[in-house]
Design a protein around this ligand. Structure first.
Ligand SMILES: [Zn+2]
Length: 120
């Protein structure tokens, strides 16, 4: 991956991490307005955008995402970012733009989801 792209994803990931940390801080300080609509399961969807209006506590899902962001940032530092953890192929800029914390290429992800559906 080109350095310019790495820098771009680094910025996106740091912004997402800050957003989660900010939400957590606000939740801890009690300065929150809980809106059930903010607790959607869309966080993990293709858009992967952290809902900016989300003002809940740091739930399991955010903690999970937070960990993934940390991992992705570490990979950027070690120059491993953007490679599929399963097959080693490039994940692809389009997919990473939609989901910067993606660890698998679309083929491996589809396969994984297919297996999960079968097991689930
Ligand atoms: Zn793959």
């Amino acid at each position: 991956m080109r350095k310019r792209d790495l820098e771009k994803f680094k910025k996106i990931l740091i912004a997402q991490r800050d957003q989660i940390a900010d939400n957590a801080k606000r939740a801890l300080s009690g300065d929150v307005h809980l809106d059930p609509d903010d607790f959607s399961d869309e966080m993990d969807s293709a858009s992967s955008e952290i809902n900016l209006s989300f003002t809940g506590r740091l739930r399991e899902r955010e903690r999970h995402l937070f960990g993934k962001i940390e991992q992705a940032l570490a990979k950027i530092e070690s120059n491993e970012y953007g490679s599929c953890e399963n097959c080693g192929e490039e994940i692809g800029l389009k997919r990473l733009e939609a989901r910067p914390v993606a660890e698998l290429c679309i083929d491996c992800k589809s396969e994984q989801e297919r297996l999960e559906r079968r097991l689930g």
